[in-house]
Design a protein around this ligand. Structure first.
Ligand code: AMP
Length: 284
């Protein structure tokens, strides 16, 4: 397994792979790897000749410096896990390498970035869209892998790849959860034992909403209110938003007549978590 730091070296390496007619899969990450990341890497390994994992805690997508500073980092552990999962190349640039002096170019995806994470974290999706565009042009993947865990992000990346004719396939993989339902996240290690215990309320509220819709509930406002009430029942949870929305536009729904997505964000102490679930009145 190779570790490449300079964008120009990575781009040269990707060019060699393309000339050799080898398909390239990219898994963008911010490191502190867990089973969620590994599920993307394994799928990428199965579907491509060359697996690149990028590892970059992108300052441009953090709207709070305290969040950026305390974001978990573990290059040694990540390298070992990545190698074992079949990564060929880790692209781990520095912030200066990605945004050198004089850097002024940003990618702005409109509309689907306005609500939810976009409203709660100003500038977040501009940072995400910019870094993904750069990673795509540097690593030149045929396919790039993202988790459903960050549902709005996956829509933003899909939109961006289509709108800018980037010529790659965006693959979105299901959320990996702990046995008690909590969605895996690099931020989970920041929770105290009691916060960790109460954080299961997010997935519980979402699973209850799925069951309600499956059981015939069609009033999106009632589904939304029930999710919020369930999350608020956890003493340490501070709700940021709860939405029941169209799965493509993320506009809030009045009725759940087809597939919908419920998105939630809440803080437990100083740690902010997000989760989501597809609500389907007619699951296969
Ligand atoms: P991050 O390192 O948090 O930026 O995540 C890198 C990629 O892994 C993103 O595409 C995330 O959506 C995905 N991811 C994070 N957590 C999970 C999870 N629990 N299940 C599946 N994918 C995940």
């Amino acid at each position: 397994m190779e570790i490449i730091q300079l964008p120009e070296d990575m781009q040269r390496r990707a060019g060699e792979c393309r000339r050799a007619r080898r398909s390239i899969g990219l898994v963008p990450t911010m490191g502190a790897l867990h089973e969620g990341h590994l599920s993307l890497i394994r799928r990428c390994r199965a579907e491509n000749d060359v697996v690149i994992m990028s590892l970059f805690v992108n300052p441009a997508q953090f709207n709070r410096t305290d969040d950026l500073e305390r974001y978990p980092r573990d290059l040694e552990g990540d390298s070992r896990m990545a190698r074992e999962a079949g990564v060929d190349v880790i692209f781990a640039p520095t912030a200066e390498g990605m945004y050198p002096d004089g850097y002024v170019t940003y990618v702005n995806v409109a509309r689907i970035t306005e609500r939810w994470e976009g409203a709660a974290r100003p500038g977040h999706f501009r940072g995400v869209a910019t870094v993904c565009t750069k990673l795509f042009t540097i690593c030149r993947p045929h396919r790039a892998y993202f988790g459903q865990k960050d549902y709005q992000q996956s829509l933003v990346v899909r939109r961006l790849a289509a709108d800018l004719n980037l010529g790659l396939e965006i693959v979105v993989s299901p959320t990996v959860r702990e046995p008690d339902g909590l969605a895996l996240s690099s931020r989970n290690v920041l929770l105290s034992p009691e916060e960790r215990r109460q954080a299961t309320v997010l997935s519980r509220a979402l699973f209850q909403a799925q069951a309600a819709v499956r059981g015939g509930e069609r009033d999106a406002g009632r589904v939304r209110a029930a999710i919020e009430a369930e999350i608020r029942s956890a003493q340490l949870a501070a709700v940021d938003y709860v939405g029941v929305c169209d799965p493509d536009t993320l506009e809030p729904l009045v009725r759940v007549t087809g597939k919908a997505v419920a998105v939630v964000a809440a803080s437990f102490g100083t740690t902010r978590l997000i989760d989501n679930a597809i609500l389907d009145p007619q699951p296969e």
